[in-house]
Write a protein that binds this ligand. Structure first.
Ligand code: KG4
Ligand code: ZN
Length: 341
């Protein structure tokens, strides 16, 4: 079965062709970062319009690369939510239209499920069950994953997500958007221990997070005055260390609480090199295995949507071709259920 995956939940247009027998056949991505940069963040209306411009040419491009005619696609998977309503509608309407024209099924995929399952696309995929740390722009969650659609929430952020803490602090530091990579780059030149930020909820005894206080602490430091580039780099390093310390400690606590031995990290923040290095050392110290998606699959992409769609379609009866479409801009991950075959 060959599934066309379409991702348009935010500021990246991603498409991919995934074959259940041969794996990933082709994928393409257009990032809107350059377009939104001057506004300091994503402008939803511009995002939607750009998805309209990019989606069909990118789809034609990957079909061409795979040497596949459009009717060689067996089903279409698209991101149904969560995300920006207008942006999601572009992907959903194109997916439903192509599916209806081809008389093939379309399946709506939860964006975070795409992230969560993306490490299964790697050469050394984790077996179920595992603990997943989902760290995207809007979510910081620990989940227990027993299979496709079998997710139990272990811990969540009470306010800002880790990605948001990176993004908002980057803005305060006068860095570009998206903030995570910009803070990480500046942190390279920081001196460890040159300044101190809190580690929110590190000892709270549960698996929840809170990152809004960090952003406030960065704001206070910025208002007090950062004399030079070195001071900004020191603060960036301390911010990254504070976020990474909390993420690593809570992930280890989640493994201990569940008794599981595999940890999967997914979502944009999982691209952070410091986080990867710290988890690498933690797995040796605590005797668990950590699985990351390939670097290119950490941030938003069409491959994870095609893959999640293929897993769900393979596990249940083929749905009928669509007669309409809808999106779910707000959609808690633990509302998903396992495919019933
Ligand atoms: O999963 P994603 O691409 O989009 C959402 O679904 O939200 O995650 C985007 C988030 C942003 O907050 C971005 O700043 C962060 O991932 N991010 C990083 C890095 N690369 C992306 N944060 C820290 N270090 C990075 N290298
Ligand atoms: Zn994402």
């Amino acid at each position: 079965m060959i599934v066309l995956g379409i991702e348009t939940s935010c500021d990246e247009t991603g498409v991919a062709l995934y074959c259940t027998e041969r794996g990933l056949l082709a994928q393409a991505l257009h990032s809107q970062v350059a377009m939104h940069e001057r506004y300091g963040g994503v402008v939803p209306e511009l995002a939607s319009r750009d998805h309209v411009r990019r989606l069909l040419p990118l789809t034609a491009q990957i079909l061409d690369e795979a040497g596949l005619p459009i009717d060689g696609v067996d089903a279409i998977a698209y991101t149904e939510g969560p995300g920006l309503a207008g942006a999601l509608l572009v992907g959903a309407s194109v997916a439903a239209s192509i599916a209806a024209a081809l008389d093939k099924p379309a399946i709506g995929i939860h964006h975070l499920e795409g992230h969560l399952l993306s490490p299964l696309l790697s050469a050394d995929p984790p077996a179920f069950p595992f603990v997943a740390l989902l760290v995207s722009g809007g979510h910081t969650q620990l989940m227990r994953v027993d299979g496709v659609g079998r997710y139990a929430l272990l811990g969540d952020t009470l306010d800002d997500a880790a990605g948001e803490a990176f993004d908002k602090s980057a803005k305060l530091l006068g860095l570009g958007y998206p903030g995570g990579p910009a803070v990480a780059a500046l942190a390279e030149r920081g001196r460890p221990g040159a300044c101190a930020l809190p580690r929110p909820m590190l000892h709270s005894g549960d698996l929840d997070f809170s990152f809004s206080g960090l952003k406030t602490a960065v704001l206070t430091a910025v208002r007090r005055g950062l004399p030079d580039e070195q001071a900004r780099a020191d603060l960036a390093l301390e911010l990254q260390s504070a976020i990474v310390d909390v993420l690593v400690a809570k992930s280890v606590a989640a493994l201990q609480a569940t008794g599981l031995e595999r940890l999967v990290i997914a979502g944009g923040v999982s691209a952070n090199r410091r986080l990867r290095a710290r988890l690498d050392s933690a797995q040796q110290a605590h005797g668990f295995r950590v699985h990351f998606p390939e670097a290119a699959l950490c941030t938003d992409n069409g491959a994870m949507i095609a893959f999640a769609g293929a897993l769900r379609l393979a596990a249940g009866p083929m749905p009928e071709p669509p007669t309409g479409f809808g999106v779910r801009p707000r959609w808690p991950l633990d509302e998903l259920s396992a495919p019933t075959g």
